[in-house]
Design a binder for this molecule. Structure first.
Ligand code: SAM
Length: 289
């Protein structure tokens, strides 16, 4: 542990932020590598006589911040960690950094299944870091979950994140294309969730470099119109869901109406486009008959 005065630290922090970057990324750097959260920092500032204790020295933290600014590499990949809801998750460039807007998927599930003692059987398709499945497995401790991904490296990270977050064993991971590793669970699911790759080809080409140069293409690109994977997931969902089972999908900002039509075509009912906190129809949900 390295002890420095609050004044010295605040001066250094101001200098780093004056070079560029945003407060949120800086907070991730401080928390993950410096070992000091924003709330700890605020408390120390209020009691300004106290010294601050950091896990790494300022030169090291500055070198990571510079790398983030120069290469446009997401700070989460440089630190190897991200925060999502109340989870602290390991991330590498093999997995998408779970986004804050995706956190709402968990609240949508909470609205549908209100009792935390429910024995749900849920599946997540395309789990990446495991964020969604792990949050659900923790919130519904009597449930069982299965999470899939096409990428073995991603599944390895998701498995580590689950082991680090939970003492239970109510979540299992399978490798393969969308529903294919789940054949044995046909007709058994109460709930299926997916935040699949949904970026249309043309939009993908124009993504900011911090996304396009670092995050996995397989996690982002949804084919020519962005709907390639969403179509496949919806078409096969009726085979795997129980009658009245729910499907929850995240989609691109302008895909809600198209996803709704796909759900109608595949005999889903109770269809709703759910807005995210920016008022964007980010999620489309429905029930199989
Ligand atoms: C947008 S990311 C979502 C990751 C995570 N669920 C989240 O919300 O942060 C999509 C995930 O789907 C996976 N994926 C892409 N194509 C797939 C396929 N054909 N079958 C299964 N998973 C796939 C990717 O590897 C990636 O982890």
């Amino acid at each position: 542990m390295l002890s420095i005065s609050v004044e010295e630290f605040l001066h250094w922090k101001k200098k780093q932020l004056s070079k560029g970057g945003d407060q949120q990324s800086f907070a991730v750097l401080l928390d993950c590598l410096g070992g000091i959260s924003i709330s700890d920092l605020n408390l120390i500032i209020i009691n300004s006589g106290r010294n601050l204790h950091l896990k790494k020295n300022l030169d090291f933290l500055e070198s990571i911040w510079n790398e983030h600014l120069i290469k446009s590499c997401p700070i989460q990949y440089l630190c190897g960690i991200t925060f999502w809801r109340d989870l602290k998750l390991k991330v590498t460039n093999k997995v998408l950094i779970p986004r804050p807007e995706t956190e709402l998927i968990i609240d949508i599930v909470f609205n549908i299944f209100r009792k935390k003692s429910e024995k749900l059987f849920f599946a997540e398709l395309g789990t990446g870091s495991g964020a969604i499945s792990i949050a659900l497995a923790l919130a519904y401790p009597f449930s069982d979950g299965v999470a899939t991904d096409i990428d073995r490296d991603a599944l390895e990270i998701a498995t580590k994140n689950y082991i680090n977050s939970s003492k239970n064993a109510n979540l299992k991971f399978y490798c393969g294309n969308w529903w294919s590793p789940l054949e044995r669970f046909k007709g058994k699911l109460d709930l299926a969730i997916s935040n699949p790759p949904y970026i249309p080809q043309e939009t993908y080409e124009k993504l900011p470099k911090e996304v396009k140069n670092f995050e996995p293409k397989v996690a982002l690109l949804g084919g020519e119109d962005g709907l390639k994977h969403i179509k496949e997931i919806i078409q096969k969902a009726p085979l795997f869901l129980k009658e009245k089972g729910w499907l929850i999908l995240e989609n691109h900002f302008d895909q809600g109406e198209k996803v709704k039509q796909l759900l109608i075509k595949n005999k889903f009912t109770s269809i709703e486009i759910v807005k995210d906190l920016s008022g964007i129809g980010r999620f489309t949900i429905g029930r199989y008959k």
